[in-house]
Design a protein around this ligand. Structure first.
Ligand SMILES: [Zn+2]
Length: 206
């Protein structure tokens, strides 16, 4: 069995969405071993930092929150699909070239995985692409950008996917992962009322 870590490291100088300072995580050490015999820290973190999962409530009023996520959708077979040839967005036409089926959990590998700097022109899934995934009835979709959509009015891609209960993972690191079939484990923290949660995402090859 081989385990591939596809998560970002959480640290103060990591890539954050649109390079906004308010989104930077901050680890504060509150007890020191030299003084109190233990080290203890508090992590101040936006729930959409680094590798994370979105809850419906992120974009849908009265949508369910992260502690309600179905764990069978977080620990599941998955397919990594290579879209590293694209510069702008993943369209329905491009998705149609891959053999995507009902109940698949797909991870979209793009050029985003090759940079640790926030790119304002990151590769994303456009509205028609999201509608195709929704119609296909997939279980979940992950991407290697901090957003699955880019500047879309009304958050169309998020809405299209989340309204049908399709899991969204963002901020994956897939540079070292080849296209193919794997087992995915990406569990959100059980944060009551959370609109998302960081996850430690990994792929397993048996
Ligand atoms: Zn998010």
């Amino acid at each position: 069995m081989r385990i591939y870590d596809i998560s970002m490291e959480i640290r103060n100088d990591m890539m954050v969405y649109k390079n906004q300072e308010k989104r930077r995580p901050w680890l504060e050490q509150t007890r020191k071993i030299q003084e109190e015999g233990v080290n203890e820290s508090t992590l101040h973190i936006n729930l959409h930092t680094g590798t994370h999962m979105d809850a419906k409530w992120h974009v849908i009023e009265h949508g369910s929150t992260i502690e309600e996520i179905d764990l069978y959708k977080c620990i599941t077979p998955c397919k990594v699909l290579d879209f590293t040839h694209l510069d702008d967005c993943i369209t329905k036409e491009e998705l149609l070239k891959k053999n995507i089926k009902k109940d698949d959990f797909i991870l979209l590998k793009t050029k985003n995985s090759y940079s640790d700097e926030f790119n304002f022109e990151f590769v994303y899934v456009n509205r028609e692409g999201a509608e195709y995934l929704q119609e296909t009835g997939i279980k979940g979709v992950g991407i290697d950008s901090l957003g699955i959509e880019r500047n879309q009015p009304g958050h169309q891609t998020h809405n299209t996917l989340l309204s049908k209960g399709i899991i969204i993972l963002e901020g994956l690191r897939l540079k070292d992962i080849e296209e193919g079939e794997y087992f995915l484990c990406a569990l959100p923290l059980k944060i009551k009322g959370g609109d998302g949660s960081p996850v430690r995402a990994c792929l397993i090859k048996f």
